[in-house]
Ligand binder design. Sequence first.
Ligand SMILES: [Zn+2]
Ligand SMILES: [Zn+2]
Length: 259
Amino acid sequence: MLLPKLLHSLLELKDDLLDFVYPQHCAICKKYLRREEKDVCEVCWNSLETLTDPFCPYCKSFIEEADTECSFCKSRGKISIENHTKGGEDHKILIVRSLGRFDEYYKELIHRFKYGKKIPLGKRLGQRLGETIDDDSIFLKSDFLIPVPLHKSRYRERGFNQSDILAEGISKATGLSVLKSVLKRKKNTKDQTNLSREQREENVRDAFVVSCPKMIKGKKVILVDDVITTGVTLSECARMLKQAGAEKILGMTIAVVTD
Ligand SMILES: [Zn+2]
Ligand SMILES: [Zn+2]
């Protein structure tokens, strides 16, 4: 995978050159950044929300660390779980951890990273997310981080997959290895922003495929994405990983939409 690496380095180099010529503003407070600061000033970076507990990807209620199942969803029985996951199967993703709620700050940072192609900012966010699980053995005992893949045409457009970069940051903080090539997106799905939950489910159904089930069988994996909204994308990835024999599936995202 020499080409993506080269492309990422070029994007980073372009960034450094631009920073040199035009002093940059903080993505959040818009003040001029000091030379040693990048993308966001130290004050804003330090004041970002950091969640310290995992939560249920379906009802978003926080879960005690030792517990790995949402008692709220469980207590409401199969019918409610059907509402959450459609199809009545049990929760496919047990728990998710996010850095913070999708407030205007995280929204701005994620936007700058994805659309402004600020790869170092993505790595930094991933690393910060990784640092939050340093005492969470359920997460740390996982075998792999698996980034939610982009379709190859979207990848070509953007030049990188944001989830790959986030996973690299998490890996740097935790030592967990990243498995990139096993889960693939075979369907070029529509942007989900303005879709309802039902439309999202329809949009991502059968969008993913596991290319090498042998590598997944019996493994505990963590799916990585930038934002969790309804949990539909992560659930669909998890469904394929479960079919391939994954033992346990957790999730990590930079931000969570709680509404
Ligand atoms: Zn600032
Ligand atoms: Zn729940």
